[in-house]
Design a protein around this ligand. Structure first.
Ligand code: AMP
Ligand code: GLY
Length: 414
């Protein structure tokens, strides 16, 4: 199969690595790709917004399957464009991706199907949200309706912080509509499941670490590290989460004529009242993919194709025993404006089949590999125990050197 991969992060490097292991794999094109995807095929520096040109490229290059990583092109209808041209694409259409791209839509679907989630109020104008919050006299979780690069949620401790968050998010494009949500308490877990429009195939559970600082402190980031699987989620609890928090939404989207094909990612909070949904994503997480993909065995490319054409066969993938810990190495300045161009040393010297180094923000400069983005590399350690996986990831993370390197040292430490 000839594959066109869309995206440029560590997630896409992990996809390329996994896809290239398939006996069906022939050739990879990646738009725009990165240093990591470049070692499995050809990177094509194309704008992601020009769907017509991308469809042309796919047809010219005899692409058999398009695999879309990031949320923005999905929300904009990239899969619709390929489908209309008869090119199979892994990922939801814009209508199905609304489960991520509009939090108000996601709430409406959850309410219609009885999926457990925080109760929420939707406001078309920030002034109405403000009046509601003031009248209630208490804090609310404030969410922007649209895609906001992980910056669309504020969890305030009191009413003044709530009002400040309404003003702040209400002034962003994603905050054209706001949600005020009841605050839930509990440990969080990410459940990702492949979906062909009807059936769900859950992948190993994962826990992301979104805050910059150790002990979950500091500003939010795209994700600083991931542990998979999460032991608190027993097989019975996973079945319960899929049955009560995911399958009803898949059924409802199919019933409405907009079936969900791709990967459905449920952000779950384990409350005293049982698991509840915080949000859905319509794609793999990054760095979640860098920990989850190494834990599955089987022909991943074939399964992506099967999802895209509506014929998922769950027996095609197996779960590997053991654990994965992914630690993200960041550049000076991240999550603000990262410094670029710092030479990276030590990646080639890592020679352990239980350590994977995924490129995110790197480039090949005049003097070799250098930093080129905020999240620079994802270092995944594998092991039969969480402690072994963690030790491998951190040993490698230390051996990789670049000026300004920073990372959390508590990923997977309970
Ligand atoms: P989301 O993008 O909706 O997953 O929100 C990002 C983060 O905000 C989540 O991972 C939670 O830590 C937190 N969060 C979102 N909604 C709630 C809620 N209703 N109660 C408590 N925390 C929340
Ligand atoms: N790591 C969080 C996300 O990809 O949404």
């Amino acid at each position: 199969m000839n594959v066109l991969l869309i995206g440029a992060g560590g997630r896409e490097h992990a996809f390329a690595w996994k896809i290239a292991q398939s006996p069906h794999f022939a050739r990879l094109l990646c738009v725009p790709g990165n240093t990591g995807t470049g070692s499995y095929g050809q990177n094509v520096p194309f704008p992601l917004s020009d769907f017509e040109a991308l469809v042309d490229l796919a047809q010219r290059e005899a692409i058999d399957l398009v695999v879309v990583g990031p949320d923005n092109p999905l929300g904009d209808g990239i899969v619709d464009a390929f489908q209309a041209a008869g090119v199979p694409a892994f990922g939801p259409t814009a209508a199905a991706a609304r489960i991520e791209s509009s939090k108000a839509f996601a709430k409406e679907v959850m309410a219609a199907t009885g999926v457990p989630t925080a109760s929420a109020h939707v406001f078309e104008r920030p002034a109405d949200a403000e009046a509601f919050a003031r009248a209630s006299g208490r804090p609310w979780v404030v969410k922007a309706d649209g895609l906001a690069l992980g910056k669309g949620v504020v969890v305030p401790d009191d009413l003044p912080e709530t009002l400040a968050a309404i003003a702040q998010l209400g002034a962003t494009p994603a905050g054209h509509r706001l949600l005020l949500e009841e605050r839930l308490y509990g440990r969080e877990v990410s459940v990702l499941a492949l979906c062909d429009g009807q059936r769900l195939l859950p992948l190993p559970t994962a826990r992301d670490h979104k805050r910059l600082g150790e002990g979950d402190t500091g500003p939010n980031t795209g994700g600083m590290g991931v542990v998979a699987p999460v032991d608190e989620v027993s097989p019975a609890l996973l079945d319960q989460i899929v049955a009560s928090c995911m399958q009803p939404v898949v059924n409802e989207l199919a019933r409405r004529g907009t079936p969900f094909r791709g990967v459905l990612y449920a952000g779950i909070i384990l409350t005293a009242d049982g698991p509840k949904v915080l949000e859905y994503n319509a794609r793999f997480g990054d760095p979640e993919a860098q920990a989850v993909l190494p834990l599955i065995e089987g022909d991943f490319l074939e399964v992506l194709y099967d999802c895209a054409v509506g014929n998922l066969r769950p027996e095609k993938l197996r779960r590997r025993k053991g654990y994965a810990v992914c630690v993200v190495l960041c550049a000076e300045g991240y999550p603000g404006k990262p410094r670029k161009g710092d030479p990276i040393r030590g990646v080639e010297a890592i020679d352990d089949d239980k350590v994977l180094v995924f490129h995110a923000g790197t480039a090949i400069g005049p003097n070799g590999l250098c930093t080129a983005g905020g999240r620079v590399l994802g270092v995944t350690g594998l092991g039969s125990t969480l402690a072994r996986a963690r030790a491998r990831a951190y040993e490698a993370a230390e051996r990789i050197r670049f000026d300004g390197k920073h990372y959390r040292r508590d990923i997977g430490k309970e």
